[in-house]
Design a protein around this ligand. Structure first.
Ligand SMILES: C[S@@+](CC[C@H](N)C(=O)[O-])C[C@H]1O[C@@H](n2cnc3c(N)ncnc32)[C@H](O)[C@@H]1O
Length: 223
């Protein structure tokens, strides 16, 4: 059950009433797909584990799961309509390599053993463009360091945004003394966007009319 506290912090977790089918999937399918914590046995059961923060309706996670059935894809989201959209896709395609953490990704990150995760995706995070809301942005020194720790030595953190202020903010955080030299940084704009076969588009990106920035951050070996 999503607590009222989450609603206070992040706003509504449901935007419209669920259809009967969505409500049924939420009740019957979610319990078998959802995780309340990180299970270390995932690491031996799959050849790789990746993690998406705020998957929205789950298009990106779903495409990756279809392309790599021997890898596990864990998605974190608290938006119920988005979760039920992903559940519909999982149900239709009988996908078995997606797990959903219904809640704040920042709760799960500290549980994940060091140097274990292949990729972390943060695609179109809420931009919180006003200065007074900077503290709400997902990218902060502590979250970047948490992600750095959980990534394998050859792992990637991939971020996309269509908000220039957020793109600048990512660069600012990556340049702080605690995050500097932790990643090899590559950035792309729309003209050089990685191919959809390796970086599927999300619903947000399809609707966006702004130019987007894509960050591909390769973890540098722990010093
Ligand atoms: C702008 S939407 C983008 C959704 C999706 N990634 C896309 O590109 O279509 C941002 C999403 O991140 C989710 N979100 C924000 N903070 C989160 C957190 N701390 N943990 C999990 N999900 C989060 C929100 O519920 C929202 O669905």
């Amino acid at each position: 059950m999503i607590s009222n506290n989450i609603e206070k912090l992040y706003g509504r977790v449901k935007s419209r009433a669920l259809t009967n089918r969505q409500a049924e999937l939420y009740k019957s399918l979610l319990p078998g797909v959802s995780i309340a914590s990180f299970d270390s046995s995932f690491l031996s059961r799959y050849v790789g584990v990746s993690f998406e923060i705020g998957f929205g309706s789950g298009e990106h996670l779903f495409q990756l799961a279809i392309s790599s059935p021997n890898k596990l894809f864990i998605g974190c989201e608290f938006f119920i309509n988005g979760i039920t959209s992903l559940l519909s896709k999982i149900d239709e395609e009988k996908i078995e390599n997606i797990k959903i953490f219904q809640g704040d990704a920042r709760k799960l990150i500290p549980e994940i053993p060091n140097s274990t995760i292949e990729n972390v995706f943060l695609l179109f995070p809420d931009p919180w463009p006003k200065r007074k809301h900077i503290y709400r942005r997902f990218v902060q020194e502590r979250t970047i360091l948490g992600i750095y720790k959980m990534l394998r030595d050859d792992g990637f953190l991939k971020i996309a945004t269509d908000c220039p202020t957020y793109a600048q903010w990512v660069n600012t955080v990556l340049a702080t003394p605690s995050c500097d030299k932790k990643f090899a940084i590559e950035t792309f704009d729309l003209s050089s966007r990685p191919d959809e076969s390796v970086w599927p588009k999300t619903r947000y990106e399809r609707k966006s009319i702004e130019n987007c920035t894509f960050f591909s951050l390769k973890k540098l070996r722990s010093l």
